[in-house]
Design a protein around this ligand. Structure first.
Ligand code: FES
Ligand code: FES
Length: 156
């Protein structure tokens, strides 16, 4: 049986119908059609599917779409402003924080959540905050540099 819900994604309302067991990740990717969030483990281990739900990062693979009915969602597609990359997106590119890019959407959701609560994080702070986001390519150093670069620019 399908349930009518409304997903508010990046400021746009999407009235959709979903099965009760459909994950939030599958609803956003397959029903809404925003495919930036990735499915890695499908088991709350890798963070590739991370979205902000009412401002808090959640692993959307382990969240039901019906639980997000009417709540505010932000995905990677909501970070850029008009045609401009967000500062964090640009820093990831310039600091070598992106290789295959599979982890990047989740990293770019987690990192702003950290910067909101800790605007001047140490290297350890960044590594701990992003510990739920696994990257198989970069060795994390470029990612940490990117986050700290944006923090330093905003604190300065
Ligand atoms: S796909 Fe959701 S945590 Fe890995
Ligand atoms: S850039 Fe490939 S998994 Fe992180």
């Amino acid at each position: 049986m399908k349930h009518p819900i409304t997903l508010q994604v990046n400021g746009t309302a999407y009235p959709i119908e979903v099965e009760g067991h459909l994950s939030l990740l599958d609803a956003v990717r397959e029903v809404v059609g925003l495919t930036g969030s990735k499915e890695g483990c499908d088991d709350s281990e890798c963070g590739a599917c991370m979205m902000l739900l009412d401002g808090e990062p959640v692993n959307s693979c382990s969240y039901l779409a019906v639980q997000a009915d009417g709540r505010e969602l932000t995905t990677i597609e909501g970070l850029a402003e008009e045609d401009e990359l967000a500062p964090l997106q640009r820093a990831f590119l310039e600091e070598g924080g992106v290789q295959c890019g599979f982890c990047t959407p989740g990293m770019l959701i987690s990192a702003p959540a950290l910067l909101r609560t800790n605007p001047d994080p140490s290297e350890d702070d960044v590594r701990i905050a992003l510990s739920g986001n696994l990257c198989r390519c970069t060795g994390y150093d470029g990612i940490v540099r990117a986050v700290r670069r944006v923090a330093a620019a905003e604190v300065a």
